[in-house]
Design a protein around this ligand. Structure first.
Ligand SMILES: Cc1cc2nc3c(=O)[nH]c(=O)nc-3n(C[C@H](O)[C@H](O)[C@H](O)COP(=O)(O)OP(=O)(O)OC[C@H]3O[C@@H](n4cnc5c(N)ncnc54)[C@H](O)[C@@H]3O)c2cc1C
Length: 435
């Protein structure tokens, strides 16, 4: 196989060229007491801290690594207003009323994010770009018109099915059996957004501490003790926002999340006319494969960033890169000799009911489980959890108080992923073969 790696290839996110995770020059002191201690400094944790401060509540964010280490600076930057949830069969699982409330909140997460970015002046290349969702087979395409109608009713923004013979209006490929265009979606530079959110939380008065791993949270008579190798903090309330990086400090949550690695590659810069040919309207793209591909132009419109589940085993970004490159060339054979400059990975978190959750167990608050679609959703969950903690929510979030299932004997090690992943891939292949 031809060498796909450009000279100077890096196994770090392309996004980190503009906004790498940060570490304080001098360790920030841990306060002895705080109103709310937040474990995890991604979108959810920072958004919660910002909202708590806006409500006049003290907030301390404790991050195990550098600020921006987690999925929040590694993702694809496609911003969904509940598109993914709208595709599921939630009503069957939790009843019409709850499913409707969840979809309504998911749709609200997009304008909420847009307002926040504007209000806080976060420069992160946000754009209401819209998305094209490619149907991996004819049967799925046939259901897309109804799906588009549902999405349009929910968001009030245009969504429509695009037949195969017209899909070149959005993407220069014959790979899909048609698709759907949804306007209620946007795009941003995820690491710049994360950096801006951290700055906003700090400006509002939150204390953000890096390189400090919480090892245990213990409930006492009048609050919690949060233990770290740098000392303990006493907190009136605790919010755990560790998502796909949840460790033994939050065993209850760990048993309820399935961490899955996702991988992305960035191509070398391509000529403007080629970029225009590949994705004429510069939209975000994803597809309906069970093992999905998601991809986009870089914010400056010069590269393709192509993501997906290259493996269900633990492999390095360099090992994953040839598989993603092959997936990309299945869609655009003309990129066969295009080299890649970056490959990276990060963890998303799925739940056993495919639904994000805000929960309280033994007095500890949790916000997690964005099913790989958390730019808007993790921000929203953090915001809603904060309102709840500050007792300022007009009504409980629809994501709060749902049954949060686990499986007997599951302790957070998803040993079954390679088996499920292989079965999903096989199903996708069968679907595509059927046409
Ligand atoms: C490759 C990839 C592509 C993605 N693409 C998209 C996309 O295009 N669109 C989209 O909407 N979503 C996407 N996502 C999902 C999205 O990035 C996540 O849903 C979102 O960032 C989750 O934010 P979070 O704050 O919940 O978690 P994270 O950002 O993962 O933050 C959790 C933090 O908790 C910290 N932590 C863990 N344990 C401890 C501890 N004991 N003590 C202290 N800190 C701890 C971790 O170090 C980590 O920094 C993608 C994710 C990945 C990995």
């Amino acid at each position: 196989m031809a060498d796909i790696f450009a000279p100077g290839f890096k196994e770090t996110p392309y996004w980190w060229e503009a906004a790498a995770p940060t570490q304080a020059d001098k360790p920030v002191d841990l306060p002895a007491n705080v109103d709310v201690a937040i474990v995890g400094g991604g979108y959810a944790g920072l958004s919660a801290a910002l909202e708590l401060r806006r409500q006049g509540v003290g907030a301390l964010v404790i991050e195990a690594e550098r600020i921006g280490f987690g999925a929040s600076s590694r993702n694809g930057g496609a911003v969904s207003g509940g598109l993914k949830l709208a595709q599921g069969d939630m009503a069957k699982r939790m009843g019409d009323a709850r499913a409707a409330a969840i979809l309504e909140e998911a749709a609200q997460s997009l304008p909420y994010l847009e307002d926040l970015i504007q209000r806080e002046g976060i420069e992160c290349h946000y754009r209401r770009s819209g998305r094209f969702v490619g149907a991996h087979c004819r049967k799925v395409y046939d259901g897309m018109a109804a799906r588009a109608e549902k999405l349009q009713a929910l968001t009030g923004l245009r969504a429509y099915a695009l037949p195969k013979e017209r899909q070149h209006e959005e993407i220069n490929t014959g790979y899909y059996a048609g698709g759907m265009v949804a306007d209620a979606t946007g795009s941003l530079h995820p690491a710049l957004y994360h950096q801006g959110l951290a700055a906003a939380a700090r400006r509002a008065g939150a204390v953000v501490v890096d390189s400090t791993r919480v090892s245990k949270v213990t409930r006492g008579e009048d609050g919690f003790t949060v233990a770290t190798p740098r000392g303990t903090v006493r907190a009136r309330e605790v919010l755990v926002a560790t998502n796909g990086y949840t460790d033994k400090a939050a065993p209850w949550l760990k048993r309820r999340l399935i961490p899955v690695a996702s991988y992305i590659i960035a191509t070398e810069p391509l000529p403007p006319e080629q970029m225009k040919r590949l994705i004429p309207n510069g939209r975000m793209i994803s597809d309906t494969n069970r093992v999905l591909h998601y991809y986009r132009p870089s914010p400056d419109g010069t590269r393709i960033l192509f993501g997906g589940r290259a493996s269900f085993r633990s492999i390095t970004p360099r090992e994953a890169a040839p598989t993603l490159h092959r997936f990309m060339c299945d869609i655009w054979p003309e990129l066969k000799s295009t080299k890649i400059t970056h490959a990276w990975t990060g963890n998303v978190a799925f739940t056993f009911d495919f639904t994000p959750h805000i929960a309280v167990n033994d007095g500890i608050h949790y916000a997690a489980g964005c099913q790989g679609s958390g730019v808007a959703m993790a921000t929203w969950l953090g915001h809603q959890a904060a309102l709840q903690i500050a007792r300022r929510a007009n009504r409980p979030s629809a994501f709060f108080g749902l049954d949060f299932p686990t499986m007997p004997t599951y302790s957070g090690n998803p040993w079954f992923l390679p088996i499920v992943g292989t079965a999903y891939r096989f199903q996708d292949w069968l679907d595509r073969r059927a046409g």
